[in-house]
Design a protein around this ligand. Structure first.
Ligand SMILES: Nc1nc2c(c(=O)[nH]1)N(C=O)[C@@H](CNc1ccc(C(=O)N[C@@H](CCC(=O)O)C(=O)O)cc1)CN2
Ligand SMILES: Nc1ncnc2c1ncn2[C@@H]1O[C@H](COP(=O)(O)OP(=O)(O)OP(=O)(O)O)[C@@H](O)[C@H]1O
Length: 185
């Protein structure tokens, strides 16, 4: 199997695990996320509008003190941009089914809540396969410190996510069960 095939296979299993966890509900995950975001009060935050069976970070986004933004796809092979979001802002349809703010006010995030399909304790994640967050984190980290917080159901943990050199690692993972400080070793 090629790495692309291994990742595709892992995505299928991860979708199934996430679907089951989603049906059970997300418990106190968002309170734990808000706690993890406390040190970043005042800093620009990137969240996301949940699609499919992604865990919902919006309560923590709404509670954040400071500007909050959501990802906007510019094109295949390009990093994500982030546009200012508020709980009551007007949204419109973006590419790939995630809603984006109707008004485009660019924000450069210092901390990001990162959606994922699967994660491991090293801090690696599997996304939908666009490489969007990998490219985005690479670009942001080249410009200064950023903190990437993976947000997921505990059931999305795997022993080892299949990785390649361009995969950007997470700095913290928050689940409905615990907050994990990744151990890259
Ligand atoms: N909530 C949320 N918003 C997000 C992301 C995300 O992962 N979650 N993204 C993070 O990147 C970007 C959207 N990326 C996406 C990339 C692919 C697919 C998708 O459905 N892909 C199809 C295959 C498409 C194809 O290959 O033609 C699929 O998986 O079936 C969805 C979102 C920006 N916004
Ligand atoms: N920084 C980068 N520069 C060039 N190519 C990249 C970069 N990051 C990822 N890629 C390429 O993008 C493709 C998709 O990457 P990958 O399978 O890791 O996506 P993903 O992390 O699952 O998706 P996403 O980050 O959008 O949620 C791969 O072919 C990968 O090599």
């Amino acid at each position: 199997m090629t790495l692309a095939e291994i990742k595709a296979f892992a995505r299928k299993a991860a979708f199934a695990a996430r679907r089951e966890a989603f049906a059970r509900g997300q418990g106190t995950a968002c309170a734990r996320l808000s706690e993890a975001l406390e040190p970043f009060a005042g800093a620009p935050l990137a969240g996301y509008m949940p699609i499919r069976t992604e865990i919902d970070p919006r309560p923590a986004m709404a509670a954040h003190f400071g500007p909050v933004a959501v990802p906007v796809i510019e094109g295949t092979g390009l990093p994500l941009r982030f546009h200012r979001w508020t709980p009551d802002c007007v949204m419109c349809d973006g590419p790939f089914g995630a809603a984006i703010p109707a008004e485009a006010e660019e924000v450069t995030p210092r901390v990001l809540i990162v959606p994922l399909l699967a994660f491991d304790r090293r801090g690696f994640r599997l996304g939908y396969g666009g490489g969007f967050y990998d490219r985005t984190l690479e670009g942001l980290r080249a410009a200064g410190p950023v903190t990437a917080i993976g947000f997921a159901f505990a059931a999305q943990e795997v022993e080892e996510v299949p990785t390649e050199p361009t995969d950007a690692a997470l700095d913290l993972i928050v689940t409905d069960a615990e907050t994990i400080v990744p151990d890259p070793a």
